[in-house]
Design a protein around this ligand. Structure first.
Ligand SMILES: Nc1ncnc2c1ncn2[C@@H]1O[C@H](COP(=O)(O)OP(=O)(O)OP(=O)(O)O)[C@@H](O)[C@H]1O
Length: 257
């Protein structure tokens, strides 16, 4: 189970982004999506999160067409951490993270003890507890990104969709959040689908990689099979050396251009 795209077409007005893409992303796995700027990565995430609708073709989640889920059902299953999150209203950090619980609350019910507990756990895991009373409008980019990550964790989804979710984070917080996501994949069966710009981070934390170029899946499969110099050359037009790094037990790349 997981996501299946079947012959999906999508355009922004007259600009075709996907012209019949088909692929599967298994549940309980850490998937990375890589590709040059403009290759369709964010568009793909918006399609699988149900924010955009395909013109043609189907997107299935656990065997069920996305169109058949209502917004609340989908929000219980998937949480998206977008590339850029801005709010103009001065909500506190705590309030924003609690928003992750809204899909789980009854229509007129207030958050209960369990909701509070999940919010506190999510804030602790992302290191935002120290500034939980501050306004999100007054945070740095990296602090705000961790708050949005915490909101997604509080949502307690079976699928976490990350759009360059660590792009503003320092290396310590980047490694901490990637490790947290990978641990939940391993121990709790979470599915993670993450757009990443950093190839080495992707090779280290993902189990499966999808390389997109101009809306086409150039390579898709286990890291060991698709993380190669020839795929990187074809997708990014950059020469590289891929090697196995003994210190972290995974493939890594250095760029030669
Ligand atoms: N709302 C929109 N209207 C029209 N064109 C759009 C819109 N959003 C994105 N595009 C175009 O669609 C293409 C794919 O965009 P997308 O954001 O999916 O790329 P991406 O791979 O995520 O890029 P990046 O690495 O720069 O974030 C780009 O050429 C972009 O200019």
């Amino acid at each position: 189970m997981g996501y299946a795209l079947k012959d999906v077409y999508f355009s922004y007005e007259t600009r075709a982004i996907f012209s019949g893409i088909s692929l599967e992303m298994q549940s309980g796995c850490f998937h990375g999506i890589l590709g040059p700027n403009g290759s369709g990565k964010t568009t793909l995430l918006d399609l699988i999160a149900g924010h955009l609708k395909p013109e043609n073709g189907d997107i299935l989640l656990d065997g069920r067409c996305l169109d058949d889920f209502n917004a609340n059902e989908l929000a219980k299953k998937c949480a998206l951490v977008p590339q850029d999150f801005r709010v103009n209203f001065p909500f506190s950090v705590d309030q924003v993270v609690m928003m992750g619980r809204y899909p789980h609350l009854g229509r007129f019910s207030a958050p209960g003890e369990k909701d509070r507990e999940l919010v506190d756990q999510a804030m602790a895991a992302t290191g935002v507890l120290d500034f939980s009373r501050r306004h999100v409008t007054a945070l740095s980019g990296g602090e705000r990104q961790r708050v949005v990550f915490a909101r997604a964790l509080a949502q307690n989804p079976s699928c976490l969709i990350l759009d360059e979710a660590t792009s503003n984070l320092d290396i310590r917080h980047t490694l901490a959040l990637m490790t947290l996501a990978a641990d939940r994949v391993k121990n709790k069966g979470l599915t993670v689908i993450s757009v990443m710009q950093d190839l080495n981070l992707a090779a280290r934390f993902c189990q499966s990689l999808l390389f997109l170029k101009k809306g086409r899946a150039v390579a898709h499969g286990p890291v060991d099979q698709v993380f190669t110099e020839s795929v990187i050359k074809e997708v990014f037009d950059v020469s590289s050396r891929v090697y196995f790094d003994e210190a972290i037990h995974c493939k890594q790349v250095v760029f030669l251009n």
